[in-house]
Write a protein that binds this ligand. Structure first.
Ligand SMILES: NC(=O)c1ccc[n+]([C@@H]2O[C@H](COP(=O)([O-])OP(=O)(O)OC[C@H]3O[C@@H](n4cnc5c(N)ncnc54)[C@H](OP(=O)(O)O)[C@@H]3O)[C@@H](O)[C@H]2O)c1
Length: 237
């Protein structure tokens, strides 16, 4: 995409990225910076966050309310790419995908944040999905989604929930995407860069507000995209 004044500086506020040092979170930070948006990150490791470049860093855990309050203060939007990696403990699905996201949603609303973007997952409504053998991860994500819709779907706030298929490391804007609603898809892949791009453009794309949707690549061939904003035309609230 060719950078012009039209494509840059579309969003005026500051965005908190939770899970910013993760494989999707890094893409969220990089796309925000591409569009010239000021970024704050909540990370367990300030050392790891150095690789993210020029961002404001709050070192802390999603379990700690004080850290979360510090992170959301002064931000107009939050994008969460948090994800669990252990069955038990601080990085378990209950602690991170459900309670961590719920804490972030509540503190963001209290701090006056206007928009919340969430990386969720395809199949979150399917309690019988094999991925739930990992400490009920999909069901935990679904509980967090419901809370986000309750809190940010009113009072002048908004949300965008992206439910990707399997994540691959890769750039945004290289593939046609297939978007769907109602959690009907069972398989498919998508580049982490595209998941990040969809959430970043949701900050200024009115038709992205209050949408929950699944997304995968449409085929493996490359089809360079100018913008992912048109995919939001196809979605119902
Ligand atoms: N893998 C797939 O195919 C797939 C498919 C659909 C959806 N998803 C979902 O997509 C999301 C992003 O996936 P990903 O692969 O980018 O995840 P990832 O690389 O594992 O990153 C997860 C992030 O969460 C942070 N985190 C974990 N516990 C935390 C805590 N207690 N406090 C603060 N931060 C914490 C990690 O911080 P550190 O860097 O400090 O560890 C990391 O930044 C996840 O929710 C995942 O479940 C994944």
């Amino acid at each position: 995409m060719i950078m012009t004044e039209k494509t840059r500086y579309k969003y005026k506020g500051k965005v908190l990225v939770a899970g910013a040092t993760g494989r999707t979170g890094r893409w969220v930070v990089s796309r925000l910076r591409y569009y010239g948006v000021p970024v704050k990150v909540l990370t367990r490791s300030a050392e790891k966050a150095k690789a993210l470049g020029d961002v404001e860093v709050v070192e802390g855990k999603i379990q700690n309310e004080e850290d979360v309050v510090k992170a959301v203060t002064g931000c107009t939007a939050v994008i969460s790419a948090l994800g669990s990696s252990e069955v038990f403990g601080d990085a378990s699905p209950g602690e991170v995908d459900r309670d961590g996201v719920i804490r972030l949603v509540d503190q963001a609303a209290k701090a006056g944040v206007k928009h919340f973007g969430l990386v969720s997952s395809m199949a979150v409504t399917k309690w019988y999905h094999p991925l739930n053998l990992f400490a009920g991860v999909l069901s935990k994500k679904f509980e967090a989604e419901k809370h986000l819709r309750d809190v940010f779907g009113k009072d002048g706030r908004s949300y965008t929930i992206v439910r990707p298929g399997g994540l691959k490391d890769g750039e945004p804007l290289l593939h046609n995407l297939h978007v769907d609603q109602g959690d009907r898809l069972w398989s498919g892949w998508i580049n982490r860069g595209d998941v990040a791009e969809l959430l970043v453009v949701s900050l200024w794309t009115e038709k992205a507000k209050n949408k929950t949707f699944e997304v995968i690549n449409e085929g493996e061939e490359e089809h360079r995209q100018d913008s992912l904003e048109p995919y939001y035309d196809k979605l119902a609230s």
